[in-house]
Design a protein around this ligand. Structure first.
Ligand code: GLP
Length: 253
C-alpha cells in the first residue's frame, strides 16, 4: 500500500486530483468511483479549478457513487445525489446522464435488491471502475460498509451504526433522529474490483481508523483494512490523520 502524507487538505486535494486524472486524457471512456463526505471536497474543488482554468475535459467520464442514504428525497439537502451535483457535476462538463448514484428513494425492499444488482451490472457493463475515490469513517468504514461487513460484499442495503449516525448528525441539525438508519452502498468486494483506489483522510479524528486500516490486521472489524489486499491502493492523508502511523517508508511531501 502506498501512503502519501501531505501537509493540509488543499495539498490532499491536489495530490488526489493528480492521481485520478493521470489516465483521464488517454482513455476513450474513463470510469470514476466517487465518494461523498467532507473529505473529498478539496479534491472536487481542485478538479473544478482545473476544468475552468486548464480546460480539463470530463466528457469521456462515467461515474458511480459509492453510496446513498435510504429514505431521503433526491432533492433533500443531504442526499448524496444533491451533494454530487452541487459539489462537482454542476461545475464540470460531465454528461449527467452518465453519473450514477444509488437510488435511495425506492420503497419496496425487493426493488432495492433488484436495483443493487442492476447497479453492479452497470459498473460491469462499462468495464469496471478505473479509479475509486474513498473517504473513511472514524470506525474504519468505507462507503457505508460498517464494521462486520463481509470483505467480499457487493452493492446492497446496510444498516448504519450508531457511531456513523452520530458522526453524520452534524449534517442533520446535530439530531441523530434525522439521520437515516439505512443506506445502499457498494460492497467492499465492489471497491476491491476497481483497478485503482485512493483513500483520503484528514484530521486527528481519523488517525485511529488510518493506523488500524494500514497497519492492523485485515479484518471486517475495520472494513478499510481490506485495501491492504488491493494491488493498487494509495492513501493520501494529512499529518494529523497520519499521526498514529508507526511504520517507516511512507512518502512525506
Ligand atoms: C460517510 C460516507 C463515507 C465517508 C465517511 C466520512 O458516512 N458514507 O463515504 O467516507 O462518512 O465522511 P467525512 O469525509 O465527512 O469524514
Amino acid at each position: 500500500m502506498r501512503v502519501i502524507i501531505v501537509k493540509d487538505t488543499q495539498q490532499m486535494g491536489r495530490v488526489a486530483a493528480d492521481l485520478i486524472v493521470q489516465d483521464l486524457k488517454k482513455r476513450a471512456v474513463y470510469v470514476l468511483g466517487l465518494a461523498t463526505g467532507s473529505t473529498p471536497l478539496s479534491m472536487y474543488q481542485e478538479l473544478i479549478r482545473r476544468h475552468r482554468e486548464e480546460g480539463l475535459d470530463f466528457s469521456n467520464v462515467i461515474s458511480f457513487n459509492l453510496d446513498e442514504y435510504i429514505g431521503l428525497p433526491a432533492n433533500h439537502s443531504e442526499s448524496y445525489r444533491r451533494f454530487m451535483n452541487e459539489n462537482l457535476f454542476n461545475h464540470i462538463n460531465i454528461n449527467k446522464k452518465l453519473t450514477f448514484v444509488p437510488d435511495g428513494t425506492i420503497k419496496d425492499l425487493c426493488d432495492v435488491e433488484k436495483f443493487c444488482d442492476w447497479y453492479e451490472g452497470q459498473i460491469a457493463d462499462v468495464g469496471g471502475v478505473d479509479y475509486q475515490v474513498l473517504g473513511i469513517g472514524t470506525n474504519g468504514h468505507i462507503g457505508f460498509n460498517e464494521p462486520g461487513s463481509s470483505l467480499g460484499s457487493m452493492t446492497r442495503i446496510k444498516t448504519l451504526t450508531e457511531r456513523t449516525r452520530l458522526d453524520n448528525a452534524r449534517f442533520f441539525d446535530n439530531d441523530i433522529n434525522q439521520v437515516p438508519k439505512y443506506s445502499i452502498t457498494m460492497g467492499i468486494g465492489t471497491v476491491m474490483k476497481a483497478k485503482k483506489v485512493v483513500l483520503l483522510a484528514s484530521g486527528k479524528g481519523k488517525a485511529d481508523a488510518v493506523v488500524e486500516s494500514c497497519e492492523g490486521a485485515v479484518s471486517s472489524k475495520c472494513p478499510a483494512s481490506a485495501l491492504q489486499l488491493h494491488q493498487y491502493a494509495t492513501y493520501v492523508v494529512d499529518e494529523a490523520a497520519a499521526s498514529k502511523l508507526t511504520l517507516e517508508g511512507y512518502e512525506k511531501i
